[in-house]
Design a protein around this ligand. Sequence first.
Ligand SMILES: C[S@@+](CC[C@H](N)C(=O)[O-])C[C@H]1O[C@@H](n2cnc3c(N)ncnc32)[C@H](O)[C@@H]1O
Length: 332
Amino acid sequence: MEADSAVVEDGPSLVPLPYSGRRILRKRDMRGGPRSLFDREGPLALEIGFGDGRFLVELARLHPDWNLVGVEISLASVSRAFRRMHREGVDHVRLYRGHGRMVVRDFLDAGSLRRIYVNFPDPWPRRNQLSYRLLQPGFFRMAANRLAPGGDLMLTTDHAEYFEFARGSAEASGIFEESVLPSPPETLRTKYALKWQDQQRPIYHAVFTPTERPSPPARETHIEDMQHALLDGDLSAVRQVAKYVRRFEGGTVIVMEAYRSLTDDGLMFEVVVEEADLRQELLIKAWAKQDGVFVGLQPFGDPMGTRGCREAVHAVTDVLKTHGLTVRQAWI
Ligand SMILES: C[S@@+](CC[C@H](N)C(=O)[O-])C[C@H]1O[C@@H](n2cnc3c(N)ncnc32)[C@H](O)[C@@H]1O
């Protein structure tokens, strides 16, 4: 393992880290495309929902010439996996905290991927949760654009109903062939694979191969810096905030609670945004400046700059209006 001069604190001792280990990737790292993150050429593979990261370690050892990107939505899991990468000393693995569908849609180029792995995806079993499932026909169409010739998507799951759902989605996309096969041994050693095998559950595995490359999906424009509003009025007049719901086409914003900031007179609003298969918890701050009260999205948690973020700023602005503030200008 080659180390450069980066040094971070990792547990009790200071450990020199290779480039890949400097930090968990953020959106700005992804903008140049995953290839820009590696210091070498090589087949690129993506694992969506890597959990504790043990599969990525196996994969790095199985394919030492591959460049691996893992995406995982849970911050706690990403941190755990990040520490694992260091412990195990694997290079050429990059970890991103975010949404698998967005990585495929917004940060990958056509024909750039050798393989997408999805191991034991969250099944979202209830009828009203089906839209949260990752492997929808639309996802298969995006994936078909991102996969290189000969590339594929490998699914392993214990959930018979999700397995059939994914097969149905691939078929509905109209551009995939499937092979239902025994699971390769490495997919049977993930945390969830071991858990379900312990409980004697059957495991299902399929490889989906695109038969054509459709046109690229439209990328979402990330507009984090523009979600602000400027209001006139007095923030100290806001004493109590009731829960507030704002619905928009494609989602819902719920303003849950507000706190007075410890460092200034600002108010911090905890907001939940639900859009298609994305749920984000955001912090929206309102703070008084000389020329008015600003309302804006806080970068905490590296939020994904979707329409829901704009709507969250709107929702907080709506709440403040009920307390007598008025909107002078909105960049949302
Ligand atoms: C059941 S766990 C499986 C974890 C791991 N693959 C394994 O086999 O042990 C599903 C994982 O997918 C993650 N996840 C769910 N939806 C996701 C999404 N849209 N993008 C990225 N990760 C996601 C969850 O946070 C969770 O860690």
